[in-house]
Structures are given as C-alpha cells and as structure tokens.
Design a binder for this molecule. Structure first.
Ligand code: LMR
Length: 338
C-alpha cells in the first residue's frame, strides 16, 4: 500500500512540474508532531501566510502526527515528490548521508539559545542548508523547539542511574553515542511509536523537549522527568528542489517571505510552548519533575564531553570548533555588557 502510494505520487510528479489542484498549486506539508507544538503551530502559521500572500494561488495542506509518513519515510516521500515540504528534526538528516547536521546533537554544545540562533542564522547554518541540494532538497529555514530533557520510570539524577536503561533515540549516531556514554542502551524508534514503546516497556525512557513529551502524552507513561537541557532539538524546513525551482519567481518570493515571517513567529512561541507544556505536566501530577543539580550536571558533562571528540572525524573538527567559537563570542559579548 505504502509502495503503491509512493509510485503513484512519483508518477504524478514526473509528468507535472507543479502539483496542481484546479488552478491552485498545492504544497503538502507533512510532519510527525502534534498541531499544538512549536512545529505544529508554525506549519499552520505558514499555511495562513502563504495562502494570503499568494492570494490563494497556493494551498498548503498540513498533515500532522505522522498521519502520512513516519520519520524516515517522510524524507523519502519528499525526495520522490509525494510531499513538497517537511520540517524534520536536525537529528534525522544523518540518514540522508549528510552527517554535518549531527553537530546540533552534540551534548551540551549550545550553552544557551543565543549561541544556537547565531549558528543557525549565520554562515554555519547557511552552509549546512546548501549541502542538502546534493540530495535534491532545498533548505528554507531553521525552526526551534528547545533543549531536551530526560524521562524514565525511575529518577535520573546521577550518571549511574542510566546504567542498563533502554532509551529511545532519534536516528542519529551522535545520540547513540550519547546514551552509551551514560551507560544506557539506545534504541532508535520512530517518533510515532514512542508512546506505545514506553507504555509497553519496549523502552524505559527517552529524551525530548517537554512540548513533545506532553503533546504525545508520554508523561502518562513516564514517572520521572529530569530537566537537564543536555542537548538540543530543532528543525530544518525543507522543500523538494524540483518543485521549488519550478514555481514562478514571484510566487517563490512570496512564499519565502511567508517562511521568513513564520520563522520569526516560531522563535517567539517555541519557549512559550515548552514552558506551558511543563506547567501542564506538573498539573497532571503523573510525573515527578526534577531539576538537575549543578554537581550532577558537571558529572553528566564530564561523561558526555568525550562524544564531541569521538565525532570530530565524522562531523568535522572545523565545524565543531566553529560552533565553540560562536558560543565563546556570545559569552564574551554578554560579559562586556555587564
Ligand atoms: C523525535 O523524533 O523525537 C522528534 O524529532 C520529533 C519532532 O519532530 O520534534
């Protein structure tokens, strides 16, 4: 069924440079999270802005919650032209063979959001997006979600607490190494399967920003949440290159403007959504929320830092050091302002 859907979509795409519905161009935007997350809300904002800026010439159909495609499938669907737009987590680009994006997965690489935004919006972020073109993909923007937190059915405070736990990860080799460095057993699982995986004990715990945890009801099956901010989860909004370059120039400009405004909106709501989700988890009362103490944070840090070194040859030492330098520069500017 899945294969037939792909083949049909690919045939339609091969014979028509644009995806028309009557006179309209349709952008199918598929994603894996709930509509009420930062990414879910931004997808709907883009729909609103894109449709109004193009005076209805473009219709954006948003398909949330892995309704059509799961993690890896959605990237294949985009390349085949079965969907036109996605916003996968940066951790999922390694499966395309572009390992540089895994720099975003390195534990504790971004000390704060300022450094992260500067990396995304500056030369480093731009250069990474252009790498996607070799895979017939155009990167339009980076969207934020937030720092990740650890959850399980036992408290996760010291590094020793991780020993032997089966923890769900996204398909990233850095995340695999991260969990192993903590003594856990990482298990790659599609996002849509995490709730059931936790409920049935296939995995013991996971990591995600709280907005994802809450909207997938993971808090109902996770007794403990540690606010650790040990890593980052964000997105690249991407389009099928052939589709995008086949659009009339003025229409593309209008969509780029809509994307720009959506990205500004997304930056504002990402933290708010995570803060609200945390408040809701606390209210639900099913999960103990623990703030990682400084002394343990330093020990997590010590256990996880070797992962940076381990991945220098894969991600590129220069790229990793470029990110360190941006973070150092941000710190310097902050100190100068004090
Ligand atoms: C995950 O798989 O945990 C995340 O990438 C989901 C998402 O898109 O935020």
């Amino acid at each position: 069924m899945y294969l037939i859907r792909f083949v049909l979509a690919a045939l339609v795409f091969a014979f028509s440079p644009l995806v028309f519905s009557a006179d309209q161009i349709v952008i199918k935007f598929s994603h894996v999270v709930a509509p009420s997350t930062p990414k879910g809300k931004a997808a709907l904002k883009f729909k609103e802005l894109a449709e109004s800026r193009t005076k209805g010439q473009v219709k954006v159909e948003v398909y949330p919650n892995s309704q059509f495609y799961k993690d890896r499938e959605e990237l294949e669907a985009l390349q085949l032209g079965a969907v036109q737009m996605l916003a996968p987590s940066l951790s999922k680009f390694g499966t395309l063979g572009i390992r540089d994006f895994e720099v975003f997965d390195l534990p504790y690489i971004f000390p704060n959001k300022e450094s992260l935004y500067r990396v995304m919006d500056g030369d480093i972020g731009k250069k990474l997006l252009t790498k996607l073109e070799t895979k017939d993909i155009i990167g339009l923007a980076y969207w934020d979600n937030g720092f990740k937190q650890m959850s399980a059915n036992k408290p996760l405070r010291t590094v020793e607490d991780f020993k032997g736990l089966k923890l769900r990860i996204q398909s990233s080799k850095v995340l695999d190494a991260q969990m192993k460095a903590l003594g856990a057993n990482p298990q790659v699982m599609a996002f849509s399967e995490v709730y059931t995986g936790l409920q049935q004990g296939v995995v013991d715990g996971t990591e995600n920003p709280v907005s994802n945890l809450y909207t997938q009801k993971m808090h109902e099956v996770q007794k403990h949440l540690t606010l650790s901010d040990h890593g980052y989860l964000g997105y690249a909004v991407i389009v099928n290159k052939k589709f995008w370059e086949g659009l009339p120039k003025d229409m593309r400009a209008a969509l780029e403007q809509a994307m720009h405004e959506t990205t500004e909106y997304e930056r504002v709501i990402a933290q708010q959504e995570n803060d609200e989700a945390l408040a809701k988890v606390k209210t639900a009362g099913t999960t103990d929320v623990y703030v990682l103490q400084l002394k343990d944070r330093l020990l997590w840090h010590k256990a996880l830092l070797p992962v940076h070194k381990e991945f220098e040859s894969v991600i590129g030492k220069e790229l990793i050091y470029d990110v360190y330098n941006v973070a150092a520069q941000v710190e310097k500017e902050k100190a100068a302002k004090k």
